[in-house]
Design a protein around this ligand. Structure first.
Ligand code: PRP
Length: 562
């Protein structure tokens, strides 16, 4: 029997010496700031009843919670978040206390992360909650504390991003679309998937609501984003203008603090909609591809615990901040390239790293880059080199396998990636998907031996595929049980060898299917190459990314499909 007695579970790690010191340094800095502002510390249990986290609103997907059973058969969960238990605690233990209540916490949260993504499943978080106030002053208090905390942990090299979920919610309530269409549109806005958003909105009745939603994820940047929103919202209802005015006022707080250059507005910042109701914020530092701070106003969360209290707060990722601090002290070069003066929201002196999928897609995309006027000589004569600069630019291309494109981009070591939608559909991930490059066009299909009645009979079908998630989800959506067999390549062999009844695979010309006696039973979805962008890079290196995207768009506009 295998004994796992020398290793720690995936997502956990031992922290030693300097690592402990770096964590303690961050905790000390933040504790000083929070207490200096009159916030008092609370701690909630490491595990709670599952019911606390599965209220009506179900803010956390059950898949991301570690669960176990207590001695009376009740489901417990390791705390995946601190704000929800603090709401529970406040609504019960602090009921009737004078308002406002100012609390802070420094405690670990536990999340079941997707397999082998290199993400921590045990995270140290510190955060503030200001409960019982819904005034502009209370938002200002939290925003300025967030800015001070980020600045102190990053040597002022940070970005603080503001958004307003209320604007999105207002527009969605007016949109003439079915609930399913709305879910899809929400997903496209979160992912800045402009192409899919345009397609979905075009199918709906034309309206100013649809026109504004189309632009929402494209509206991000400095104060100019506020001005652009002002023009776009013109003539819509006063509610929208009021929310915009509010966002402008909040932005003004950061300007007054001399942090205008570190502030970003993103009208597409709606993925925090779980319990946030209006203002949302995210913070980025240069050494991290993911947000190190997230928060916002959550005025309805307390209702789940029988109270009606407005509140605003944020949580910070101590592990990432400590790593950033350790790197800064060791003088390590910044990986996300934000080492330029905080004022410059562009690639600046940092490189713009592009991860390109090797193989089939590579040729098409290199041709597109050449058509766009880039010197692709290093890409054409690469030999065995994997890191290829584009002369005359700050762009550096990295050639990697498809799934690795997503990994590099998600972690922020590459800013941009080119990868097939098949890989995105299979692996998912957190990034922006900003352009359909209309290269590598193919489709996902279900195929089976020609002439056989695939759906006939009662037996559970066996499906061979390189894409177990895509295949699993698709059959699940049809309510059909199948047995999935993961195959690494030449999937068409599986039915021929009677290992499977059918396959789910990509088809380009259809020749491989034909030559192996298979036929398409059902089309699953069309596929093509996409330009994806790390969420922090999108904001920090906007200029460089916009330039690259615009030049590729020009090639597409000229009908320059490879
Ligand atoms: C893909 C796919 C099919 C084939 C389809 O395989 O899995 O086998 O291409 O192309 P066609 O419709 O133009 O015939 P790939 O060449 O990537 O090789 P693999 O199966 O070994 O992964």
């Amino acid at each position: 029997m295998l004994k796992y007695d020398k290793i720690t579970p995936e997502g956990t790690r031992d922290l030693m010496f300097e690592e402990c010191a770096a964590q303690n340094a961050v905790v000390g800095i933040l504790r000083g700031i929070f207490e200096g502002r009159g916030y008092r510390e609370v701690m909630t249990p490491g595990f709670e009843f599952y019911d606390v986290f599965s209220t009506n609103s179900m803010y956390y997907p059950q898949e991301s919670m570690y669960k176990f059973i207590d001695n009376r058969g009740r489901i417990l969960t390791l705390r995946p978040d601190s704000t929800i238990p603090i709401a529970r605690m406040t609504a019960t233990k602090l009921r009737g206390c004078g308002l406002p209540i100012r609390l802070y916490y420094a405690q670990r949260v536990f999340r079941n992360q997707p397999e082998l993504k290199g993400k921590l499943g045990e995270l140290m978080q510190m955060g503030m909650e200001l409960i019982g106030l819904s005034t502009f002053e209370s938002d200002a208090e939290i925003i300025s504390a967030a800015a001070e905390a980020l600045a102190a942990c990053s040597g002022r090299r940070f970005r603080l991003e503001l958004g307003h979920v209320g604007i999105f919610n207002r527009l969605m309530s007016e949109l003439d679309a079915t609930p399913d269409e709305k879910v899809r549109i929400h997903g496209h806005i979160v992912a800045k998937n402009y192409a899919a958003l345009d397609d979905d909105l075009e199918r709906l009745p034309q309206s100013q609501t649809a026109a504004i939603l189309r632009e929402l994820p494209r509206l991000f940047g400095g104060a100019e984003a506020l001005d652009a929103a002002g023009r776009l919202f013109g003539g819509y209802d006063s509610g929208l203008m009021d929310m915009l005015g509010y966002l402008r006022r909040v932005y003004g707080i950061l300007e007054e603090l001399g942090l205008g250059n570190q502030a970003i507005i993103d009208f597409g910042l709606v993925n925090q909609a779980e319990y946030y109701s209006s203002l949302v914020l995210k913070g980025y530092i240069e050494s991290n591809g993911e947000a190190v701070l997230s928060g916002g106003r959550y005025d309805s969360l307390f209702k789940d615990f029988g109270e009606d209290l407005p509140a605003i707060g944020f949580a910070m990722q101590v592990d990432s901040l400590a790593e950033g601090l350790a790197k800064a002290e060791a003088g390590a070069p910044s990986q996300a390239g934000a080492s330029e003066a905080p004022a410059a929201a562009s690639a600046g002196n940092g490189k713009l790293r592009v991860a390109l999928t090797k193989g089939r897609l590579e040729k098409d995309v290199v041709r597109m880059l050449a058509d766009a006027g880039y010197d692709v000589s290093n890409l054409l004569e690469k030999g065995r080199k994997l890191l290829l600069p584009i002369p005359g630019t700050n762009i550096e291309v990295v050639l990697v396998k498809a799934a690795d494109v997503i990994t590099y981009v998600e972690h922020g070591v590459c800013d941009v990636g080119v990868v097939g939608k098949d890989t995105i559909a299979e692996h998912g991930g957190v990034f922006y998907e900003i352009m359909d490059l209309r290269a590598g066009i193919c489709r996902f299909v279900l195929a089976a031996p020609k002439g056989r009645d695939f759906y006939g009979g009662y037996g559970t079908k066996k499906i061979a595929t390189k894409y177990p998630n895509v295949a699993g989800n698709w059959f699940e959506s049809k309510g059909m049980d199948v047995q999935i067999i993961k195959i690494e390549g030449s999937v068409e062999l599986a039915p021929l060898m009677e290992l499977a009844d059918g396959i789910v695979d990509i088809v380009e010309t259809g020749v491989t299917l034909k030559e192996n006696g298979l036929e398409v039973i059902e089309e699953i979805r069309p596929l093509s190459a996409r330009l994806i962008v790390n969420v922090a890079s999108m904001k920090i290196k906007k200029k460089g990314i916009d330039m690259l995207a615009a030049s590729l768009q020009q090639v597409l506009g000229r009908g320059g499909r490879p």
